[in-house]
Design a protein. Structure first.
Length: 209
């Protein structure tokens, strides 16, 4: 009787050891579920981009530049322009946020009228867009750091690049060039007098584009 009881205990011990080893083994991967998840991700549609909201915000920013320089709104420049922004001014010089802040605070720019037209927003993705347009400046003047005042009246074509960082749109790059008036029909004649091409305006802050 004792021998039978001993054998039963021995078999029970072996069974417990086997069961414990089985519980420690890693479960086999669920290949069916992994395949199903992969197919779901592959078939999922990309998140829609609200182009209307993006266009509305960037157009608001572009149309507000005249107010920014007129009111010397330094905080608006600091908020909109990125710290690593870079600009090509109409005369070909390079500028950045630091220069624009100085010009805005000093009130270096003035104009009788400021019109922004032909605005177009090209949305690249949910966090990047390019804005192009034309600026028409009448009675515009820019006071350079050396104290000299130059005439900046005229028309300009510009392109601005915006990115969205931490939920806020910021200007990271921009370039502007003066619009050259097309030559008159009589200019094609060899006897026509050739008018000298006016020099480009001096460097001005981004808000002058």
């Amino acid at each position: 009787m004792k021998q039978v009881a001993f054998r039963a205990k021995w078999c029970l011990a072996i069974l417990l050891v086997v069961m414990s080893q089985m519980s420690c083994q890693p479960a086999s991967p669920d290949t069916n579920r992994a395949q199903s998840d992969a197919e779901t991700n592959r078939n999922a549609e990309p998140e829609p981009i609200n182009t209307t909201a993006i266009e509305s915000e960037l157009l608001r920013i572009e149309r507000d530049w005249s107010r920014v320089f007129r009111k010397k709104d330094v905080e608006a420049v600091r908020r909109i322009e990125a710290d690593d922004s870079i600009f090509v001014y109409p005369d070909g010089n390079l500028g950045n946020k630091e220069q624009d802040l100085k010009d805005t605070e000093a009130g270096a720019l003035s104009a009788e009228s400021w019109e922004v037209t032909d605005l177009k927003v090209n949305v690249l993705n949910a966090d990047a867009a390019i804005v192009s347009g034309r600026t028409i400046v009448t009675g515009g003047k820019y006071k350079r750091p050396d104290g000299k005042t130059v005439n900046i009246s005229g028309q300009y074509r510009f392109i601005d690049t915006f990115v969205r960082r931490e939920g806020r749109w910021q200007l990271v790059a921009g370039a502007a060039v003066p619009v050259q008036e097309p030559p008159a029909a009589s200019a094609a004649s060899p006897s026509a007098k050739k008018e000298p091409t006016p020099p480009p305006p001096a460097s001005t802050p981004k808000s002058t584009y």
